[in-house]
Write a new protein. Structure first.
Length: 154
């Protein structure tokens, strides 16, 4: 049975090592059949092309990750919050978490982005790896919930 704590730990290890550019560690955290995607909630953000992706396979996921990180600022901090187990299977756990990303402006943390992160962590023996990672970044203007003109993403 897969361990929920180790699954959340795998997600957190991914983002700390991503932020620090430790590509050798990231290579150990991805399954061969990985499915990664990233987009905004509207699909219309002015920088959409810089973060929009859908890649399948370990090589493609790692190549996109490396290219994206090398174009991003440093320091960069992905803060994964409120992670919970959305579904559990014998060797996989689906996690859902909020993401809050900061960089440094004028010597202090500056909010860069936020969004929803959904991942599938798979165990194989003693190894825990990301089998899927889907990020949807927030770009919609906030309104009172009752005025929301669309379904909440599920």
């Amino acid at each position: 049975m897969i361990d929920g704590f180790r699954a959340v730990d795998t997600l957190n290890r991914w983002y700390v090592n991503y932020d620090e550019g430790r590509f050798d560690v990231l290579e150990q955290l991805v399954t061969d059949d990985a499915d990664f995607s990233s987009r905004s909630d509207t699909g219309k953000h002015p920088l959409e092309a810089s973060f929009r992706c859908h890649v399948v396979g370990r090589g493609a996921a790692l190549a996109w990750t490396r290219e994206h990180r090398l174009k991003s600022p440093y320091p960069l901090r992905h803060n994964i919050m409120n992670a919970y187990l959305a579904a559990t299977r014998a060797d996989e756990i689906d996690l859902e978490a909020y993401m809050f990303v900061t960089t440094i402006v004028d010597g202090r943390p500056y909010p860069m982005s936020s969004g929803l992160c959904r991942v599938t962590v798979r165990s194989s023996g003693d190894e825990y790896r990301l089998a899927a990672k889907h990020v949807v970044l927030d770009t919609l203007l906030s309104v009172p919930f009752r005025e929301l003109k669309r379904e909440v993403r599920s």
